[in-house]
Design a protein around this ligand. Sequence first.
Ligand SMILES: [Zn+2]
Length: 160
Amino acid sequence: MLWHDNADGDIEEHTLLRGLGLEPLEDKFSARELHRQTRNRSAPIKQVLLAGDIVVGVGNIYASESLFKAGINPKTAAGKISLPRYEKLVTAIRETLAAAIEQGGSSLRDFIAVNGQSGYFQQSYFVYSRTGQACRICTTPIRQIKQGQRSTFYCVVCQR
Ligand SMILES: [Zn+2]
């Protein structure tokens, strides 16, 4: 529990909350916002998505899947990605999460609670956990790399 006096300003400005990113399904999370907040970031986009300071709730699976759908190489520096490409990415993140919720639970929270055990969403993965298997779009074998201790899966042809 967090005590906050309204006289101290907006709750979002509290020291403990200020560092947290936006929820991907809320309106404030937009391509423009993602673009603006990443201009000085040289870290790979995959790690920026997982870091939680710009957007929260995009886990390892969804980051890999969304980057595939948006055609973005997970190693691309976040600051080098254009606004139109972030528009594709935001759409992909929302669609991926919405599909996961539909198939795995009644809310994002429910879904995350059972994440990893749910067999439904897993069947429709494009890249996650598909190392060496043919890309569903171009048949190139899916590649697996490590980024900040986490596995990333992607297609070298579809994701530039
Ligand atoms: Zn491909």
